[in-house]
Design a protein. Structure first.
Length: 255
């Protein structure tokens, strides 16, 4: 720990970091209990941060949430952060939360190329290699990137594309794929259940940059017997970490 550390600044930073997507607002007493600090001390920190516009207090409930000044700070984060830098921490958090293999892929024509991977700690797990290519129409990452690509690009790819059946579960009809992409856009994530490899399930969500373009996908993959019963919770974790990676690339959620 640095000798130049200021306790007051550290305490304010600790308070700010308790505001998350899953816990966007706090009351003074709740936050004091959560942090194990005196209510009076927490109240002073919250009031000071609110004075600086880093927090806002709801006049009706008295609860605090992140303030508009933080948007200005976020905009000052370098927008040239590389994809690798942006995804490393969210990938690690996602692997630790799910205990399954986590990958990041980018769209290359009709294929997905996996550029980053963290393996599951389980002895039975999904194996893939860096640079491995998968058909976009039967992978979770490919489908979620197609779903968020411009319609003109997707239609151009579909021309002359005979969707190869990798398993009996693979989508091989253009209209069926279009309908699947529409469902993916609506719910925010894509699934691949036995579509590329029988027995393997994957779930993916898009990573967006500062222009709101889906530049990559983050996914969790593993044996169906482990992922099937946890699909909903894993999908939520994947979308949460996709958003975390997107924010590190400069993406900002619309108000």
């Amino acid at each position: 720990m640095s000798r130049n550390r200021l306790t007051s600044v550290a305490n304010a930073a600790t308070v700010l970091k308790t505001f998350t997507a899953s816990r966007p607002d706090w009351g003074v007493s709740d936050l004091a209990t959560h942090l194990g600090k005196a209510t009076s001390s927490v109240h002073r920190i919250l009031a000071t941060l609110a004075d600086e516009k880093l927090l806002e207090q709801d006049p009706q409930t008295g609860r605090y949430k992140l303030g508009l000044a933080l948007y200005d700070l976020a905009a000052a984060v370098p927008s040239q952060r590389t994809l690798q830098e942006a995804v490393l921490l969210p990938m690690t958090d996602l692997r630790n939360a799910t205990h399954e293999t986590v990958q990041v892929g980018v769209l290359d024509g009709r294929h997905v190329v996996y550029v980053e991977r963290l393996d599951s700690p389980h002895s039975v797990r999904f194996f893939s290699g860096y640079g491995r290519r998968s058909d976009a129409h039967c992978s979770a990452s490919g489908k979620v990137l197609l779903a968020h690509a411009p319609t003109s690009r997707v239609e151009a790819l579909l021309k002359g594309w005979t969707l190869p059946p990798r398993t009996e579960h693979t989508i091989t009809d253009h209209n069926a794929l279009r309908a699947e992409l529409k469902r993916i856009r609506r719910r925010g994530f894509a699934t691949n259940r036995h579509e590329s490899v029988v027995g393997v399930v994957s779930i993916a969500a898009p990573i967006r940059d500062q222009r709101r373009a889906a530049v990559a996908a983050i996914s969790v993959a593993g044996p169906a017997e482990r992922l099937d019963e946890r699909q909903d919770s894993i999908a939520q974790a994947v979308m949460h970490m996709a958003l975390a990676a997107s924010r590190r690339l400069g993406f900002m959620v619309s108000a």
